[in-house]
Design a protein around this ligand. Structure first.
Ligand code: ATP
Ligand code: MG
Length: 419
């Protein structure tokens, strides 16, 4: 991609109406634009990063045996009445309206009803289980206080997986596997998470589990032990007044955090309500045990920026950067330098390495470096009249520059890919 053609260019200033680091930096660097409170449009750089984040969770869900599908955002009222959620939860956060034929319709806040209704038409025998299906799809929630950029939106992307198992034991096994897959996915996108016990909600007496990123700007509160792995959402945590860990007696701390994923036991709450059961080997009907597993690619994108930035801009983990390399041509008015830079750009293309090439004539070196630092691609590669046969390579997260040949750099990049 040529920076001269990129839509749009970076801005000198962060928008005045945004408070959070993620909203400011993502706007200024040209990844997103606010549409209305809690709603953002994704621009070309933004969709590249969002797609990379989605691809990570897609791969991890596929590894678990998850099958990808996509369900409609429209929710008919009758379906939600079967589970008693049109009033209550629905009235609280769902966009509900009448269409032209006066039918009540809502926009999906989650998809338990839809997927269970679909499964009830097709899943009849123990042989049809287990079933693990997921989607990466837009959710709408009329959040009372949308804020914090991509982190609490009214329209956002969610990966939601639904599990259908023959027994509670089978469900519990899958639940644990999914928790492991989440840990791997968060690690791959550069986030350290804490697994936190939270309310099972109305569905289950078991805890649900949240995946929380500890960070001062977060709006959740997590109570966790300094020594052992005890961690609970403050909403459910009742400590005695000595403030000791109920598991090991060590010191307890309370940290701010952002919830980036959440997994739930649903029991037979939805399968019962929507008439989903299977017959076992002897032909006897058995209820189907379900779980639901949410993971928010757009919130993850905002969280990555909250965690990985400095005063100059974003510092993307390599796995989710919009491009692999930020190639900067200096002295581009000189014919031989320009030709060399264009050749290197083409050779990266041949190797399948994604490059954002700052090919502009005019802006100073300082301006080009500032733009690259703001956008935050991991590898910055400079070609100028001084670099001769070499490339000047610097990582966004490091201070030192290194001179190397194109072959050496390609070797590093392709080796890195498989390490
Ligand atoms: P929260 O407690 O933060 O309101 P939730 O518990 O309602 O979120 P879930 O219904 O479990 O969220 O949604 C699954 C995942 O979807 C969350 O872990 C988060 O990553 C993402 N998500 C939820 N609400 C939002 C939102 N308003 N904006 C962006 N992402 C969201
Ligand atoms: Mg939650």
């Amino acid at each position: 991609m040529l920076y001269s053609k990129l839509f749009p260019k970076t801005l000198k200033q962060a928008p005045a109406d945004e408070q959070s680091a993620n909203a400011k930096l993502l706007h200024q660097a040209g990844f997103i634009r606010k549409h209305m409170a809690g709603v953002y449009n994704f621009l070309p750089l933004g969709i590249r990063t969002l797609n990379k984040i989605s691809q990570v969770i897609r791969e991890e869900m596929d590894n678990l045996g998850g099958q990808e599908m996509i369900m409609s955002a429209f929710q008919p009222r009758q379906l939600w009445e079967k589970t008693d959620r049109w009033e209550g939860l629905g009235k609280e956060v769902m966009y509900q309206f009448k269409d032209h034929s006066q039918k009540d319709v809502g926009l999906a806040i989650t998809h338990e009803e839809v997927i269970t209704a679909i499964a009830s038409q097709m899943v009849h025998s123990y042989k049809d289980l287990p079933l693990y299906v997921y989607q990466i799809q837009t959710k709408f929630r009329d959040e009372p206080r949308p804020r914090f950029g991509l982190i609490r939106g009214k329209e956002f992307l969610m990966k939601d997986l639904y599990s259908f198992d023959i027994s509670n034991q089978a469900h519990q096994d899958f639940y644990k596997q999914c928790a492991q897959a989440y840990l791997k996915a968060f690690e791959r996108v550069g986030l350290n998470v804490l697994v936190v016990e939270a309310s099972g909600g109305v569905f289950s007496k078991d805890y649900s589990h949240e995946f929380q990123v500890l960070i001062d700007s977060g709006e959740d509160k997590v109570v966790h032990c300094q020594k052992c792995d005890f961690a609970q959402n403050r909403e459910i945590c009742h400590l005695d007044n000595r403030g000791q860990c109920p598991r090991c007696g060590s010191e307890i701390v309370i940290s701010n955090a952002i919830e980036v994923g959440n997994i739930f036991h649903l029991g037979t709450r939805f399968s019962d309500a929507l008439g989903l059961s299977v017959t076992d080997e002897s032909g006897k009907p058995v209820p189907v045990t379900m779980g639901s597993y949410g993971w928010g690619p757009s919130r993850v994108m905002g969280t990555i920026v909250e965690v990985h930035h400095d005063e100059r801009g974003i510092i993307w983990p390599d796995t989710v950067a919009p491009y692999k390399i930020s190639l900067i041509g200096l002295d581009m008015e000189l014919e031989n330098v320009r030709r060399k830079a264009e050749k290197v750009y083409k050779l990266f293309g041949v190797e399948g390495i994604e490059v954002l090439f700052d090919d502009r004539v005019g802006p100073s070196a300082g301006e080009k470096f500032a733009d690259a630092d703001l956008i935050g691609i991991l590898y910055r590669v400079v070609i100028s009249k001084k670099t001769k046969d070499k490339l000047e390579v610097k990582k966004r997260s490091e201070k030192n520059t290194h001179f190397m040949t194109l072959e050496q750099l390609i070797d590093i990049l392709t080796r890195h890919k498989f390490s």
